[in-house]
Design a protein around this ligand. Sequence first.
Ligand SMILES: [Zn+2]
Length: 350
Amino acid sequence: MIPCMSGPFKMLTILMQIPKGLLDCDARALHSILSGPTLIKLEGQRQEVLFISVLLHGNEVSGWEVLRRVLLTYQQRSLPRSLYLFIGNVSAAAEGRRCLPGQADYNRIWKADTDTAEHRLAGKVLRELEQQPLFAAIDIHNNSGMNPHYACINKLGSNFLHLARLFSRTVVYFIRPDEVMSLAMAAYCPSVTLECGQPGETTGITHAEEFVEACLHLSAFPEPALPDKEIDLFHTVATVKLKAGCLPGIAQSGVDFALLPDMDKLNFTELPAGSLFGWCEGSDLPLDAWNEQGEEIAAHYFVIHEGEIVTRTPVMPSMLSLDQEIIQQDCLCYLMERLSLCQAQRIYAD
Ligand SMILES: [Zn+2]
């Protein structure tokens, strides 16, 4: 079957079992069995549902590889708890793309503030889920730069921290962007986004598979709060984007923003004020930095000095990538600050 690019948008398919042959397919081949975005509901011994979404970005294949591995081990025996799976952008996966031209980004459609076919799809998935008792929600992603494996949460409740810590001691809390799956699911149950390194890397797949197995077997989250020494918690305080119309390039002249050639090595590195962050021509910053309140505060973080863009305050970037399509479609990076559990409790209480 040839994936349908220009035909009618495929609305949600709901299945109660794994279609024959599905587990033989890699992400690119899923379209030969699935007609589009699909929710698969599998019953297990414990009723409270573990929800897992994969391929919201069609090129981030590790999540599907994790599901294949997990489901293959349960072919002859029952699941320890009910498992609902959402396989997202099947048509983009067929082409190995994050999303296809004309599609909304599947991880920016989970807030009911826009009316596109993809937003209606997201609404339908959420309505299916909210009728179920939910144990936890996991959205599995890859990223393109050099990043450690880490978990993101959008609420600082104790169960969210426990769930995230089960995957990694590096945990990122953010509330912008606010249209992501994990933030929508946080209204119903503890919810995380996993970042499992680069697409298809075995270590990331194995790591997430072990996490999913642990969640399937976990009966409840531990009562005692995590001690501070158990977790490295970071708060995303700004999203850095290229200004509209600005062209990026890697260490080259004639572009609006020249990245450092190995810029992605700065991910999860605490940079002191005065660190080089790229080059530009002219006196206008080619970057915007948006804080949680939606205010533009690039001048708080960056200054231009003789063609060099230099940091003004201590910051730690994440998600820096040299992939120019991602930089232009999504963002350049996020800026983070370290958060103690005491500070986290105060934010949660507010
Ligand atoms: Zn992603």
